[in-house]
Design a protein around this ligand. Sequence first.
Ligand SMILES: Cc1cc2nc3c(=O)[nH]c(=O)nc-3n(C[C@H](O)[C@H](O)[C@H](O)COP(=O)(O)O)c2cc1C
Length: 175
Amino acid sequence: MKLDVLEAVKGRRSIRAFENQDVPAEILEKIIDAARLAPSAGNIQPWEFIIVRKPEIKRRLAEAALDQMFIEEAPVVIVACANEARSSYGYGVRGETLYCIQDTAAAVQNILLAACSLGLGTCWVGAFREEETREILKIPRGIRPVAIIPIGYPAEVPPARSRRPISQTMHYETF
Ligand SMILES: Cc1cc2nc3c(=O)[nH]c(=O)nc-3n(C[C@H](O)[C@H](O)[C@H](O)COP(=O)(O)O)c2cc1C
């Protein structure tokens, strides 16, 4: 079953427990396809995705993510990286420090929504030791790991987390 975008936006939850069931390569490809359709500054597409299935690498990533061991439980872990070098060629410092992160974050959100619409669970993990993650995955300079995303069939149904009300977050005309 595929969900409408708004249904996926409303129904998505961070999932931190996964079934012991693999994610087929075709499904993973659909998800990465959704990621690469994200908007990016100047259409530079500065994202890179590392797909990790090896248990040993997943374990080390979980440790680098301050021992968030649920990462290891997922059959697949996607590490989304921003290619700073690519963005800086086009947009200098603003490209390197801002656009490439924004672009990659947009791609990460597409991953989360596409996965949700395909019945998969994900969690956007941003708390990790960057240097250690670089070493584990042999990520070269100029490429910055932005998010670790465990992905698999959900083994939990968490309640919705609260959000700040619209009235507090919406500003009319001026701040
Ligand atoms: C930039 C970013 C970093 C995050 N880092 C972590 C993390 O390290 N570990 C974790 O369990 N969840 C992490 N999350 C998930 C948030 O905790 C979660 O999105 C938030 O509590 C709202 O819950 P929901 O996703 O179920 O709506 C992160 C989310 C974002 C956007």
